[in-house]
Design a protein around this ligand. Structure first.
Ligand SMILES: [Mg+2]
Length: 615
C-alpha cells in the first residue's frame, strides 16, 4: 500500500532555530509511529508537545465521524470532557468555529477573538461555558483539496498567532494526516485479512477469533451458544453450468438474504466456497434456534434471481449447541458439521441438530419437517376424497380432497400430525400447491372418463391465503383449463375472521371460486359478520353433529345454524355424519348436503372410481 502524503510546505517563514524545533517534534512523533505505539497515545503526545511550545494553549484533533457529516474530537488530552462533548457533532461550514470552518474551507483559520469573530457566532455558548478566547485551526488533509479533520490550538484569552505558531499548526496537522493515513491503511489491511472480499462477511480467520472470544465469555458468564453450519445444496451445479461469475453473484445474494433474517448474532461468516456459519448467543430455549434454522431453510423457497435468471437452491444446516454439544471451538465445529451432513443425508433442504442431548420434541419436529420435504419428492403424499351427498336427490354432488401421508415406515400419518408443523415451517405452501394441483388434475381425469361433474372442495390453510399463493392457484387453474365453477375452497372460521383475510377471499371470489366456511360454530363469527363475507356454504362442525342424538343444546345449535345459513342464502353441509339418527335430524331441519362415514368414508382414487364403474 502506498503512502501518498502531501509534503509539508513550511508555508510560514520561521527562523532556523524554530524550524529545528518543529523538525524535532516531527521526528519524535514519527519515531513513535514507526515503533508501533498506539495511535491514540501518539496523538495525545502530539497535542501535549504542541502545548509545551505554546504557553496557555490547549491542542485538539478533530476528524469526521463514520457518517462523514459530523466532526468529532479524536484527541484533546488537556480539554475537559464536557467541552469535548460540546464540540462533538460539529458540522463543517462557514461559521462553524475555527475547526469547522478550516475543514469546510480547506484553509487555516486564525480566530483572534472568538466573542466578536463571525466564524464563532454560532458557538457562543462554548465561548461562555469554557472561556475560549482565541482558536487557531489548520485543516488535516491526506489528499489534496480534501480536509478530513483539523488540528487546533485554543487559548483562554484573545490572542494573535505568531509566525512560529502558525507553522507549528501546519506541522501538527501534517503529522496528524500521516498518522490517520497510516491508521486507515492498517485498517484496510486488517479488513483484507479478516473479511471475505466477495460477500463482505467475516472470513474464517475473523470467525475463529470471534468464536474463541465468544466461547471464552460464554464459559465465564454461563451463556448458551448455538453454532449453525450452512451448506448450499446443489450450488456446485450453478458454478459448473453458469460459470463462477454467476456463482459469485448467487453467493452474494444468499449472504444478503440470510443476513436479513438473522438479526443480531455474534458472527455470520463465510468459511469458503458455499459454506457459511452463524454463531449466536441464545436464551437456552432450543426452540428459538430451531425456528431460526427453519427460517433460513425456508428462505430458499424463493428462487434466487441473478443476471436475469432464477436459481432454485436450498440449504442444509447443522446445529451444535454450547455447552451441551461441546466445550471447545473444534468440538462444536465438528459436531455442527456432523449434523450438517446428517441434514444432507436425510434429503437436504433442512436443519438438523447434533443429536447428543437434544430434546426429543425439537428433534422429532425437525425430522418431521425434513421428512415431509422428502415425502413430497418421493410422492408419499396421497389424496383421499370424501363424497358429499345431496339430501334431496341422494346424488353425489361434491367431494372433499383430504391429504394423507403414506409413510414407508410409520404407515398412514393423519393430517393433524403433520399439517400444523407444515404450517409453522412454511412447508404448507409447497404441500398446499401440490394438493391443489393434484386434486384438480384428478377431477379433470375423472370427468373426462365419463363421471358426471361434482364440486371439488379443497381445504385452504391460514398460511396459504396470500397474493402469491392465489396467483399460483390461478396459474394452475389456467394451465389445466379447470372449470372454475366446480371449485370450492374450504376455509376455517378462525381464518376468515383474521385481519386481512377478507381482501384475499374477495380476490378468490372474483376469480369465480366458491368459498365454504369449514368447522362452523367453533369460532366467533357473528351473523352480522357473515353477511359481509364472500362465502356460499357453511359446514357445521362435526362436534355438533356428533352428539345430535344425546345433546339437546347441540341439536338447537345445528338447527339454528341451518336456519340462519338459509336466511343468508347459504347452503349448509353437515360433516362427520355417522349415524342414521344424526342424518334424519339434519335432513328434517333442511340441511342441504351430508358428508360422513354413514354415507362414505374418504376414498382412495381407485375406490372412488369403483363407485361409478364397479359392479
Ligand atoms: Mg374441510
Amino acid at each position: 500500500m502506498q503512502a501518498n502524503i502531501i509534503p509539508l510546505s513550511f508555508e510560514y517563514p520561521v527562523s532556523a532555530t524554530q524550524a529545528g524545533r518543529l523538525l524535532k517534534l516531527q521526528r519524535d512523533i514519527l519515531e513513535k509511529v514507526a515503533l508501533g505505539i498506539n495511535y491514540q497515545q501518539i496523538l495525545d503526545d502530539l497535542c501535549k508537545a504542541a502545548e509545551s511550545m505554546v504557553e496557555g494553549a490547549v491542542a485538539s484533533v478533530m476528524v469526521f465521524d463514520a457518517s462523514g457529516e459530523f466532526l468529532t474530537v479524536l484527541a484533546a488530552p488537556s480539554i475537559p470532557s464536557k467541552a469535548i462533548a460540546a464540540l462533538n457533532g460539529l458540522i463543517p461550514g462557514e461559521q462553524a468555529g475555527s475547526c469547522g470552518t478550516a475543514v469546510y474551507s480547506g484553509k487555516a483559520q486564525f480566530v483572534i477573538n472568538t466573542k466578536t469573530d463571525r466564524r464563532w457566532c454560532n458557538l457562543q455558548k462554548i465561548v461562555t461555558d469554557f472561556g475560549v478566547g482565541a482558536c487557531w485551526s489548520h485543516p488535516v488533509k491526506i489528499e489534496q483539496d480534501k480536509a478530513i479533520g483539523s488540528f487546533a490550538l485554543s487559548s483562554f484569552e484573545e490572542r494573535t498567532p505568531s509566525v512560529f505558531y502558525k507553522q507549528l499548526l501546519e506541522t501538527g496537522a501534517h503529522i496528524v494526516g500521516i498518522i490517520i493515513k497510516r491508521q486507515q491503511e492498517e485498517q484496510a489491511l486488517w479488513d483484507l485479512a479478516h473479511y471475505d472480499a466477495l460477500t463482505g462477511l467475516a472470513n474464517r480467520t475473523l470467525f475463529n477469533e470471534r468464536f474463541a472470544s465468544t466461547l471464552k465469555n460464554a464459559l465465564t458468564n454461563e451463556q448458551h451458544l448455538a453454532l449453525l453450519m450452512l451448506d448450499l445444496d446443489g450450488f456446485k451445479d450453478i458454478n459448473d453450468t453458469q460459470g463462477h461469475d454467476i456463482g459469485d453473484l448467487v453467493l452474494q445474494q444468499v449472504a444478503d438474504n440470510v443476513q436479513r433474517v438473522l438479526g443480531v448474532v455474534e458472527v455470520f461468516a463465510r468459511l469458503g466456497g458455499d459454506e457459511f456459519v452463524v454463531l449466536l448467543c441464545y436464551s437456552g430455549d432450543k426452540a428459538v434456534v430451531a425456528q431460526l434454522a427453519e427460517k433460513i431453510v425456508s428462505l430458499f423457497q424463493q428462487k434466487i434471481n441473478v443476471a436475469g435468471c432464477a436459481f432454485a437452491l436450498s440449504t442444509s444446516i447443522g446445529v451444535s449447541l454450547f455447552p451441551e454439544d461441546g466445550q471447545s471451538t473444534q468440538v462444536l465445529l465438528r459436531n455442527a458439521d456432523t449434523a450438517m451432513y446428517a441434514a444432507k443425508k436425510s434429503g437436504r433442504n433442512c436443519a438438523r441438530f447434533y443429536s447428543a442431548d437434544l430434546t426429543r420434541t425439537v428433534r422429532e419436529r425437525m425430522e418431521l419437517i425434513a421428512d415431509m420435504r422428502l415425502a413430497l419428492l418421493k410422492q408419499e403424499f396421497v389424496l383421499h376424497y370424501q363424497p358429499q351427498y345431496c339430501q334431496l336427490s341422494n346424488a353425489l354432488v361434491g367431494i372433499e380432497a383430504l391429504v394423507r401421508w403414506q409413510h414407508p415406515e410409520k404407515g398412514l400419518i393423519p393430517p393433524n400430525i403433520f399439517i400444523p408443523v407444515a404450517e409453522d415451517s412454511g412447508f404448507i405452501k409447497e404441500l398446499g400447491l401440490w394438493v391443489f394441483t393434484e386434486a384438480c388434475r384428478q377431477c379433470l381425469q375423472w370427468w373426462a372418463s365419463g363421471i358426471p361433474h361434482f364440486s371439488l372442495a379443497i381445504n385452504l390453510s391460514v398460511k396459504q391465503l396470500n397474493a402469491a399463493n392465489i396467483q399460483q392457484f390461478q396459474s394452475v387453474l389456467e394451465g389445466l383449463d379447470f372449470p372454475i365453477q366446480w371449485l370450492e375452497l374450504e376455509v376455517t372460521e378462525s381464518l376468515v375472521m383474521q385481519q386481512g383475510s377478507l381482501d384475499e377471499l374477495k380476490k378468490l371470489e372474483a376469480l369465480g371460486i366458491r368459498i365454504a366456511m369449514d368447522d362452523f360454530g367453533t369460532g366467533h363469527s357473528s351473523l352480522a359478520q357473515l353477511k359481509h363475507l364472500p362465502i356460499s356454504k357453511l359446514k357445521i362442525d362435526r362436534s355438533f353433529v356428533q352428539d345430535l342424538s344425546t345433546d339437546v343444546s347441540d341439536r338447537v345449535i345445528a338447527k339454528s345454524i341451518i336456519a340462519m345459513g338459509h336466511s343468508l342464502g347459504l347452503k349448509i353441509v353437515a360433516e362427520g355424519v355417522e349415524t342414521k339418527v344424526q342424518q334424519d335430524y339434519l335432513v328434517q331441519h333442511g340441511c342441504d348436503i351430508i358428508q360422513g362415514y354413514l354415507l362414505s368414508q374418504p376414498l382412495s382414487p381407485a375406490q372412488f372410481v369403483e363407485l361409478f364403474f364397479g359392479d
